[in-house]
Design a protein around this ligand. Structure first.
Ligand SMILES: [Zn+2]
Length: 222
C-alpha cells in the first residue's frame, strides 16, 4: 500500500496491524481473502453420530484453508472473516435446527473474551442469520483440552456448564471447532439435565478424527 504523505513508522505499524493485507487462507499479499480460498470455504456439511441420541453437524472440515481462516478469525482479530465463514455454519444449522429452534453457544471463558475482545461463535451465529441466546454459563474455566484423549477431555469438562435459562422447544448448541465433541456433548447434557427435551449440536468445523476414537463423519448431500 502506498501512503501519500510521510508517516511515522509507528503509525505505519499500526495501520499494518489494522489492515492485514494478506490472504487469511494462503498468505497471498494484497488481498483479504483470495477467490481460491473463498471457494475452499464452500459449505460441506457432515454429520457424526456421537452418542446415542446425539449427532453433531458441522459445516466444514478443520484442515487446510478452512483451518487457517478459522484461526485468523478467532486468534488474529480478523473479524471480517465471519462473513466468509458464516455460510458453512448456516448450512449446518439448516440441516440440524428445526423451525423455531433457539440457538445458544458454548460460552467462552472470561480470559478468552478479554484476550480477543469479541465472542467468535456468537459473531458467526449472527452472521449466519440467527439470534444467539446465552442459555449457558461457565461454572469454572475448563482446563486446556489440547493434548488430551477422548476420555480425559470428557472428565475435563464434566459439570463445567450451568444453565442460565430453561426454555421450552428445541435448542441448538453451537461451537466453533469440534475435536472429540466432549465440550458440545457436555453442553447438551447440561441442557437436557435442566429439562430441555430436544437439544441439537452444531459446529462450524470438525477436526478429521482418528478412526479409533469414534464414528466417521458422514458427508450430507446438499
Ligand atoms: Zn488465498
Amino acid at each position: 500500500m502506498a501512503f501519500p504523505v510521510p508517516i511515522t513508522s509507528a503509525l505505519h505499524d499500526a495501520l499494518t496491524f489494522w489492515l492485514p493485507l494478506a490472504c487469511a487462507g494462503c498468505g497471498d499479499p494484497d488481498v483479504f481473502l483470495c477467490d481460491g480460498c473463498r471457494g475452499d470455504l464452500t459449505p460441506r456439511p457432515s454429520r457424526q453420530e456421537r452418542d446415542p441420541g446425539l449427532s453433531v453437524v458441522c459445516g466444514l472440515p478443520f484442515e487446510g484453508v478452512p483451518a487457517r481462516v478459522i484461526r485468523a478469525f478467532k486468534e488474529e482479530g480478523r473479524t471480517a472473516l465471519a462473513r466468509d465463514l458464516a455460510p458453512a455454519l448456516a448450512a449446518a444449522l439448516a440441516v440440524s435446527a428445526p423451525p423455531g429452534a433457539r440457538v445458544t453457544t458454548v460460552p467462552s471463558s472470561r480470559a478468552a473474551f478479554r484476550r480477543r475482545g469479541y465472542r467468535p461463535v456468537e459473531m458467526l451465529v449472527r452472521r449466519a442469520g440467527r439470534r444467539p441466546e446465552r442459555l449457558l454459563r461457565l461454572r469454572r474455566a475448563p482446563g486446556d483440552q489440547r493434548g488430551l484423549g477422548d476420555r480425559a477431555r470428557r472428565e475435563n469438562v464434566r459439570d463445567v456448564f450451568a444453565v442460565r435459562a430453561v426454555v421450552s422447544g428445541p435448542v441448538v448448541v453451537v461451537d466453533d471447532v469440534v475435536t472429540t465433541g466432549a465440550t458440545l456433548a457436555e453442553a447438551v447434557r447440561a441442557l437436557r439435565a435442566a429439562g430441555v427435551a430436544d437439544v441439537r449440536a452444531v459446529a462450524l468445523a470438525h477436526t478429521p478424527r482418528r478412526r479409533s476414537l469414534g464414528g466417521e463423519w458422514e458427508v450430507i448431500g446438499t
